[in-house]
Design a protein around this ligand. Structure first.
Ligand SMILES: [Zn+2]
Length: 235
């Protein structure tokens, strides 16, 4: 299990911080290896893919209105991005034609705005016309009713289709020659190979580099989660 280099580490007097630094560096090397085209046989660098199914972000206030003051907001499982999680709680979302989609999961942690991210297929089914925007841009968002076990809430501006985006650390962005707010092109190979344009770069050093596509985009390219895209370049 240990290679020679690891054995050498064990012969030295190392502080806990030294060990943390060594492990961090090793993990970064492994992760970065995947992002280098020469290590993959592909023409372009790889970026891990996450597919976002429809989901909800809520404020603590709206959560307690829908679920009752006594209900605690609880995690079901962690997501790929550090600190983010799928909660145990789901809601039914209802559009103006009274068509509804049940079991839409609330993601944590709770935020300072209420937002429902849907696919265009969902939007057509629900009878709403949400804008394609970055998460948190709710000025032109579409209305929906959220139905919970304690009560329901009509939200005038909550539904959006999230822009295609890549979460990146600033270090990774720099390596790709990118900065926060840039747009890029990515490719997905295979039977339904597809190039996606207008992919927004969002940077934050607490994130792990990963592209987020919604289910419509993922299905168009016939790709599943735990796959990757190829980074073609800046637009
Ligand atoms: Zn995202």
């Amino acid at each position: 299990m240990f290679n020679n280099q690891s054995k050498n580490y064990l012969n030295q007097e190392l502080s806990e911080q030294d060990l943390i630094n060594i492990i961090t560096e090793e993990v970064e090397n492994i992760l970065n290896k995947d992002l280098q085209p020469e290590n993959t046989g592909l023409q372009f660098p790889k970026i891990p893919l996450g597919i976002s199914n429809r989901h909800i972000h809520l404020t603590a206030g709206t959560f307690h209105t829908l679920f009752g003051e006594q209900t605690e907001f609880e995690s079901l499982r962690p997501l790929y991005q550090p600190g983010e999680f799928a909660s145990k709680h789901t809601l039914t979302i209802v559009g103006p034609k009274l068509r509804s989609i049940p079991n839409v999961r609330i993601l944590g942690p709770l935020r300072n705005y209420d937002q429902v991210e849907v696919s265009l297929t969902d939007a057509i089914f629900l009878g709403i016309n949400p804008p394609v925007v970055n998460s948190g841009s709710l000025d032109n968002a579409a209305p929906l009713t959220l139905a919970g076990p304690n009560s329901s809430v009509y939200l005038d501006k909550c539904a959006i289709v999230a822009s295609r985006h890549i979460h990146m650390t600033n270090k990774d962005a720099e390596r790709f020659g990118l900065k926060n707010g840039d747009y890029c092109k990515v490719r997905i190979g295979g039977e339904k190979s597809t190039i996606f344009e207008n992919v927004l770069i969002r940077t934050n050093d607490s994130w792990k580099t990963q592209i987020h596509l919604d289910t419509d985009d993922a299905n168009a390219a016939n790709v599943r989660s735990e796959s990757y895209v190829e980074f073609i370049g800046k637009m």
